[in-house]
Design a protein around this ligand. Structure first.
Ligand SMILES: Cc1cc2nc3c(=O)[nH]c(=O)nc-3n(C[C@H](O)[C@H](O)[C@H](O)COP(=O)(O)OP(=O)(O)OC[C@H]3O[C@@H](n4cnc5c(N)ncnc54)[C@H](O)[C@@H]3O)c2cc1C
Length: 423
């Protein structure tokens, strides 16, 4: 390991201003001794709350799910808005689209993930995704357009002949479930929605009772759920499933998996599963200890389970903090400490008015689940420097939305009862 305590001034470059990168950068900005150069590079001038991009895709205001980086960056930190096109660990340089090459003493790679299509023909060409603000914006525009088209069709064609556009979401994990539920609430009755999951059940990792409840909630919203029937090919209008079914779609959205950022592949750094950078116990690349890899792009094997930890927001934030702490120790000539991942629970929104989650062995649904999910989101915004208002708004919003959801359900039940009582 190079002894940085001997160096008087050196440069730490953090790539990516997402959950992992920004957490790491802000910790360093707060605690790094003066005289060093701390640089944040990101293609976007905002920190986006990636875990809330499904809300943006379904029509939420952009400013509710992002913070301008200029409010957060202060001396000794500085920000370069640019695309990272390559990293050259042997030369200790990164390549930026506009600013050219930038040297570093220590690099933090936190560029997040890209979609993993598992080599299924046609998916990459025909499906949209929601993993980046740009991708979510495209979904937002296409969905709004399709819903509006359905409305125009509805006024032109008599009842019974109306066919709202068909939006298929592939992937029954957190991203797919949260997205399809949000679309159902934003466009009730104006889209046909299908959730497709290759595995026998949606929401892997959640206890059976929460999976059952989530299914019920999604189906009540009119979402068709297909499980245990993987996609084998996609063309511009149809998905082809393993069991022989062919389903026509108007819009296909892929939430079926992610892999490490493509900039890692040609870098020469060792890779773990799905193109993620393999890291040691201290979150440093196993092939170059001057490069820390954190967040969705890191392949970190949890010594407690012997398995790589899955890419999540909470893992990204914990890695960001741990990498910053290790860099600070390294700068001071102290021993670095191994990273320990702590699973703090898992929560999923099921549209605006409902949610489920688990903390330890405790399963939560309804208001408690929504409250904690809102608390986690609001706390993240507060921690990242948004001030206390977004946190307070989130905390007030949870019970308000929950009660609104109950009202809507009661109204729907009354309407159905009245319809059934009609002669
Ligand atoms: C809709 C949705 C819902 C989710 N829900 C949950 C949830 O409920 N709970 C949970 O734990 N996780 C959830 N996740 C996953 C979670 O968002 C990710 O695990 C987390 O964002 C990973 O953090 P990261 O810092 O690695 O990457 P990101 O937060 O994606 O940040 C990557 C950063 O790198 C920048 N960048 C990327 N490429 C370049 C480039 N070439 N040049 C310059 N900058 C670049 C980006 O602009 C961004 O600033 C969800 C994800 C999505 C999409």
């Amino acid at each position: 390991m190079p002894d940085l305590s001997e160096t008087t001034s050196y440069r730490i470059v953090v790539l990516g201003a997402g959950y992992a990168g920004l957490t790491c950068f802000l910790e360093l900005q707060d605690h790094l001794p003066r005289g060093h150069d701390l640089v944040l590079v990101s293609r976007d001038r905002y920190h986006w709350f990636t875990t809330e991009l499904h809300m943006y895709a379904a029509g939420e205001d952009a400013d509710a799910v992002r913070i301008p980086l200029k409010r957060l960056v202060a001396s000794p930190g500085r920000f370069i808005q640019d695309y990272v096109t390559a990293i050259h660990p042997a030369d200790q340089q990164v390549e930026l689209k506009v600013h050219g090459r930038l040297g570093y003493d220590l690099l933090v790679f936190a560029l997040g993930s890209e979609p993993e299509y598992f080599g299924i023909p046609g998916v990459g060409e025909h499906a949209l995704t929601v993993g980046t603000p740009q991708a979510a914006r495209e979904v937002r525009e296409r969905v709004a357009d399709l819903a509006a088209r359905g409305d125009r069709t509805a006024s032109a064609i008599p009842p019974g002949g109306v066919h709202p556009a068909h939006v298929m979401v592939v992937g029954g994990g957190l991203t797919g479930v949260e997205l399809v539920a949000e679309l159902a609430d934003e466009y009730p009755g104006r889209l046909r929605l299908t959730l497709l999951e290759a595995m026998p059940e949606i929401m892997a990792g959640f206890p059976d009772e929460l999976v059952g409840l989530s299914r019920q909630v999604l189906e009540q919203k009119g979402i068709r759920i297909i499980t245990g029937n993987p996609i084998i090919a996609v063309d511009e209008a149809t998905v082809h499933l393993e069991k022989g079914d062919q389903i026509a779609y108007d819009l296909l959205i892929w939430a079926g998996g992610v892999r490490g950022h493509s900039v890692l592949t040609p870098s020469g750094l060792a890779l773990g599963t799905r193109g993620r950078g393999k890291v040691d116990a201290y979150l440093r690349s196993v092939s170059d200890d001057r490069v820390y890899i954190i967040g969705d792009s890191a392949a970190f094997t949890d010594p407690a389970t012997g398995r790589e930890i899955p890419p999540t927001g909470q893992a990204a934030v914990q890695m960001g903090r741990a990498a910053a702490a290790n860099i600070l120790r390294r700068v001071r000539g102290q021993e670095e400490q191994p990273f320990r991942f702590r699973m703090r629970g898992q929560f999923a929104s099921l549209g605006r008015y409902q949610g489920v989650g688990m903390m330890g062995d405790e399963s939560l649904a309804g208001l408690p689940a929504m409250f904690i999910k809102h608390l986690v989101e609001g706390y993240h915004a507060w921690e990242m420097g948004s001030g206390v208002m977004p946190l307070l708004q989130k905390l007030v919003a949870a019970p308000v939305k929950y009660l609104r959801g109950r009202q809507l359900t009661a109204r729907t039940r009354t309407a159905v009862r009245l319809r059934e009582q009609r002669p």
